[in-house]
Design a protein around this ligand. Structure first.
Ligand code: FES
Length: 144
């Protein structure tokens, strides 16, 4: 059996929504201290709906495929729906990832959460802090 599904390969070879959004409403950046990979997500939000989303990932193929598919999954969705996106859902959408690569999909979930948090902070929107358990503003996570 091939290590990667066709969908993973497709999103790795032709990633969707790559780039940067100027004047993004929310920007999230997370890093995996272990492998040194970094993912950045930009959100354009209007009326609580994600109008546009772009990503830049400096990382492995699974991280690129995860971010690509995750951006497709949240485009046109509400902010709350984007927040609810789990790495499990991303992996399911990709048709699976090898066990040693599951952590790469976590970056996508965390980058989106971090971008939403940035949007909330910038706009003075109240939120339940427990929704963001992993505080990736810590220095260790940015050590690359
Ligand atoms: Fe680092 Fe995949 S090996 S995100």
């Amino acid at each position: 059996m091939a290590l990667y599904t066709e969908k993973v390969m497709d999103h790795f070879m032709n990633p969707r929504n790559v780039g940067e959004i100027e004047n993004a409403d929310g920007i999230g950046e997370v890093g995996n201290a272990k492998c040194g990979d970094i993912m950045k997500i930009y959100l354009k939000i209007e009326n609580n709906v994600i109008q546009d989303v772009k990503f830049e990932t400096f990382g492995c193929g699974s991280a690129i495929a995860s971010s690509s598919v995750a951006t497709e999954m949240i485009k046109g969705k509400t902010v709350e729906e984007a927040l609810a996106l789990s790495n499990k859902a991303v992996v399911e959408e990709l048709g699976g990832l090898p066990p040693q690569k599951l952590h790469c999909s976590v970056l996508a979930e965390e980058a989106i959460k971090s971008a939403v948090k940035d949007y909330y902070d910038k706009n003075g929107i109240e939120y339940d802090k427990s929704q963001f358990p992993a505080d990736h503003d810590c220095g260790a996570c940015h050590m690359v």
